[in-house]
Write a protein that binds this ligand. Structure first.
Ligand code: PBG
Ligand code: ZN
Length: 324
């Protein structure tokens, strides 16, 4: 159909028409709020590059989680900032670790809110890498057991879902096995499957004290130039038992979300990461763009590309916006 027979503007002429033909609608059900927990009492350390976000001690964590729950946000993703780090990241899989304690408290006080835990070693290792270091390299297979133990300790604490973000090969199978062996076959795995080696993680690393102390993450996170490889990564995680697969970051990788959507029938999560948040907040603060409008456009675009859920530091703001 061509002009003048077809006039696309006919269905754009008023808000009711536009609402009737809208293809993608962001709802609060799509949102997951990432939170950072730190030791202590009454601690709220603002994260300068992530306005509105803080490292929270348990009391404030519960309070913030309550607010999220009241806004209708179905789930939070927990990151821990431990008091001590060591080469093997032992506080990542300690029964009395920061995340383990936080999960227990949250499930006791707010049982309906889904608690997803990030499973990785980088916040807990003194070298800041996501796996075990051998000389100057990251030892894949030696890391698997520690990651599996971390996931198990989270499940034992009551985590509703575990989310490995380390990008070691074979970790999903290892985690599925240890969970099943220990009576946690009901705990789903959200795998950071296509996780790129991205400079957009900068603000997060400052917030979580998880920057690598030597080298970078290029030997385990994906090369931003690759798309076919993302399909291979995702397929492996599906074979290994992932229940939800993740693409990360989100906005610069919409093509990857879209391709994965076409290839895979599992739910897809997209992680709208710290740097994506920081850019919009910074430009908004400068008055260079309308932060709330750009937020909604961005999150809607991520959903339009094929994401079923979005991990985003905008979760609270977006929940308020969609409620009107
Ligand atoms: C660590 C981890 C990172 C993020 C989530 N888990 C950073 C990294 O891989 O260096 C990034 C989140 C964000 O930037 O918002 N495994
Ligand atoms: Zn990591």
């Amino acid at each position: 159909m061509l002009f003048p027979d077809y006039r696309p503007r006919r269905l754009r002429q008023n808000d009711a028409f536009r609402r009737m033909i809208r293809e993608t609608i962001l709802t609060v059900d799509d949102l997951v709020l990432p939170l950072f927990v730190i030791a202590g009492k009454d601690v709220r350390n603002p994260i300068p590059s992530m306005p509105g976000h803080c490292q929270l001690s348990m009391d404030h964590l519960v309070q913030t989680a309550k607010e999220a729950h009241q806004l209708g946000i179905p789930a939070v993703m927990l990151f821990g900032i431990p008091e001590k780090k060591d080469p093997l990241g032992t506080r990542a899989y300690a029964t009395d670790g920061i995340v383990q304690k936080a999960v227990q408290t949250m499930k006791r006080t707010l049982p309906e809110l889904v608690v997803i835990t990030d499973v990785c070693l980088c916040q807990y290792t003194d070298h800041g890498h996501c796996g075990v270091v051998e000389g100057q390299t990251i030892d894949n297979d030696a890391s698997l057991d520690l990651l599996a133990r971390t996931a198990l300790s989270h499940a034992k604490a009551g985590a509703d879902m575990v989310a490995p973000s380390d990008m070691m090969d074979g970790r999903v199978a290892e985690i599925r096995e240890i969970l099943d062996e220990n009576g946690f076959s009901h705990v789903p795995i959200m795998s950071y499957s296509a996780k790129y080696c991205s400079a957009y993680y900068g603000p997060f690393r400052a917030a979580a004290h998880s920057a690598p102390q030597f080298g970078d993450r290029r030997t385990y996170q994906m090369d931003p130039a690759n798309a076919l490889e993302a399909i291979r990564e995702v397929s492996m995680d599906v074979e290994e038992g992932a229940d939800i697969i993740m693409v990360k970051p989100a906005l610069p990788y919409l093509d990857i979300i879209c391709r994965v959507r076409q290839e895979i029938d599992l739910p897809i999560a997209a992680y709208n990461v710290s740097g994506e948040y920081a850019m919009i907040k910074a430009a908004d603060e400068k008055g260079w763009l309308d932060g709330e409008k750009v937020m909604m456009e961005t999150l809607t675009a991520i959903k339009r590309a094929g994401a079923d859920m979005i991990l985003t530091y905008f979760a609270m703001d977006a929940a308020k916006a969609v409620r009107g």
